[in-house]
Design a protein around this ligand. Structure first.
Ligand code: FE
Ligand code: FE
Length: 198
């Protein structure tokens, strides 16, 4: 029983620490997303960043709610991983690939968040905090939806380039078999890209 209690304490410490880590990450993203929206050339991408900015502000509030429910201090702890991802988005200078780089950085951030929230939810349940888990789940669902939207946007850009290349002889970066086996469904133009279905 003693060991069990010790294990639970260690799990609780890990849970609180990772809450503080993702709290920092969400706060950094609240600062970064307006800048990313400003830089994005594509209107849909710009709007997508602004929509996710609103959601991200809610993610911060939900974390504060979880801290309060769990009786833990809402204190951000530095997370160099998210700083690095955000920094990468700032490094790109070439305007022609800026949107692609922004999508990539945003997806890296979403994947980071998805990983963290996935573990936090599992740990909350182990600690008997289903109430905290269900709040964190709402955020995880929004991160997943954003990740999907970013993938669709990235693919639609590739399809548009393939269309222009075929019909107008525009520039088109061959992508080889990158989409082979993909389950992505593209409404129009999927046949132009190897591995995509229409
Ligand atoms: Fe978030
Ligand atoms: Fe996010």
């Amino acid at each position: 029983m003693g060991l069990f209690t010790k294990d639970l304490k260690a799990m609780n410490d890990l849970f609180v620490h990772q809450l503080q880590d993702i709290y920092y990450a969400e706060k950094q993203l609240v600062k970064a997303l307006p800048k990313m929206a400003e830089k994005a050339a594509d209107k849909q991408l710009k709007q997508g960043f602004l929509t996710h900015l609103d959601e991200t502000k809610t993610h911060v509030q939900r974390l504060e709610q979880v801290f309060q429910m769990h009786g833990a201090e809402a204190k951000p702890v530095d997370c160099p991983a998210i700083d690095g991802i955000i920094e990468e988005a700032n490094e790109v200078e070439d305007k022609s690939v800026l949107d692609a780089a922004l999508i990539n950085a945003a997806q890296a951030a979403e994947h980071y968040e998805i990983t963290r929230y996935g573990s936090l939810i599992a740990w909350a349940k182990q600690l008997g905090r289903n109430d905290c888990a269900s709040i964190l789940q709402k955020t995880l669902d929004e991160e997943r939806a954003t990740d999907k939207k970013l993938t669709t946007l990235a693919v639609s850009k590739i399809v548009a380039e393939a269309f222009l290349a075929k019909h107008l002889g525009g520039r088109y970066q061959p992508i080889g078999n990158d989409f082979t086996g993909s389950t992505l469904k593209v409404e129009t133009g999927g046949e132009l890209v190897p591995g995509l279905s229409g």
